[in-house]
Ligand binder design. Structure first.
Ligand code: PMP
Length: 355
């Protein structure tokens, strides 16, 4: 039976990315050695990093004055590296979910943290609006896509202070205006690569301003100066990121990714709104195109387990919602297909017909 992968992360990647990465793991560039057993300083590996950096810059139209680096440690390490490097006295955070809260927790180790707004009381089912940022903060931190709750900020904010964004679960799903940000970071294991690498885009002139000693590995300048090669980088994950970046370019870039994401979301949300058994959990205007969260309507609540089992029997993988939200979550990152979304819809329809 064909499997449809709706995992929230690590998640579905384009088949050709997996095949090409697997091929290089068997024989890297015809060298007779595996990608897993070559030195990151081998002359064949530098072009991998160079091309990956160049493609990130091209696809996101990164302006001059920004560096792109690949790090280990996941987005969770960036929760600490961001304030280590950028927080001078005071930072603002928009609390849109567990990941934002974790980022805020780390920032509190380095200075004053202002929570500009929070939707915690509503279990993060919407993105707070109408808040203001104190003019004297060093930056405002946002999470553009809230993987667990299925809310997303799909427009680059206009704010009066430097902006820093965790884009772990929606980077490369739409065009962004990089010049509005001082830093952007993303764990790659959703839209970009296998787990193990984090992509960071930083504005060079903003580095080195924080009034503290920064351990070498946690200082962005170290990795910028050494081109992500200060220590051994995650070689295979970076290679898989390169193949995904090539795939995005070949398929029309982030503009096309955006159109496809909208199309997929229309298909799945359309069915959630139509089907008497289900309802979406996120506020309509904040619905994520990447993580589509829904539950059984109240009068059908007792069918939740039965639907999950039914979905699994139809080949749907990873549609169980995060434990803090319950219900279901269909993650539709760039690699998700229209066919996958239609298969999920057919499964929801068939289940409805049974009840
Ligand atoms: N931010 C967001 C938005 C996420 O979805 C996640 C992981 N699901 C993280 C941060 C943490 O990422 P990592 O596991 O790479 O540390």
């Amino acid at each position: 039976m064909k499997k449809y992968n709706f995992n929230a992360g690590p998640s579905m990647l384009p088949r050709e990315v997996i095949e090409k990465t697997a091929q290089q793991c068997l024989d890297f560039n015809g060298s007779g050695l595996s990608l897993m057993e070559i030195s990151h300083r081998a002359k064949d590996f530098q072009p991998v990093v160079d091309e990956a950096v160049a493609l990130v810059k091209e696809l996101l139209q990164v302006p001059e004055g920004y560096s792109v680096i690949f790090l280990g440690g996941g987005a969770s390490l960036e929760f600490c590296m961001i304030p280590y490097n950028f927080l001078i006295k005071k930072a603002a955070y928009l609390n849109t979910g567990v990941w934002a809260k974790k980022a805020m927790k780390e920032a509190k180790l380095f200075g004053e943290v202002v929570e500009v707004a929070s939707s915690a009381d509503a279990n993060y089912t919407f993105i707070p609006k109408d808040w203001t940022v104190p003019a004297d903060v060093d930056y405002l931190h946002i999470t553009t896509n809230n993987t667990i709750y299925g809310t997303e900020m799909r427009k680059d904010l206009d704010v009066n202070v430097p902006l820093i964004a965790d884009m772990s679960s929606d980077i490369f799903s739409r065009p962004i205006d990089v010049k509005k940000y001082d830093a952007i970071y993303a764990g790659a294991q959703k839209n970009l690569a296998m787990a193990g690498v984090t992509i960071v885009i930083v504005k060079d002139e903003k580095l080195g301003k924080a009034p503290r000693e920064i351990p070498t590995m946690l200082d962005y300048r170290t990795h910028v100066e050494k081109g992500s090669m200060f220590n051994t980088p995650p070689v295979v994950p970076i290679y898989s990121a390169l193949e995904t970046l090539r795939w995005i370019k070949k398929n029309g870039g982030v503009e096309t990714m955006d159109k496809l994401a909208q199309k997929r979301a229309e298909i799945v949300y359309g069915e959630i709104d139509r089907n008497k058994l289900f309802r979406g959990t996120a506020a309509t205007e904040d619905r994520s195109l990447m993580n589509i969260c829904f539950v059984m309507n109240d009068e059908y609540k007792e069918l939740e387990k039965e639907f999950l089992d039914f979905a699994v029997s139809k080949g749907m993988v990873g549609v169980k919602g995060h434990r803090s939200v319950g219900g279901f979550r269909a993650s539709c990152y760039n690699a998700q297909t229209i066919e996958g979304c239609e298969a999920l819809v057919a499964c929801m329809k068939e289940f409805e017909a049974k009840h």
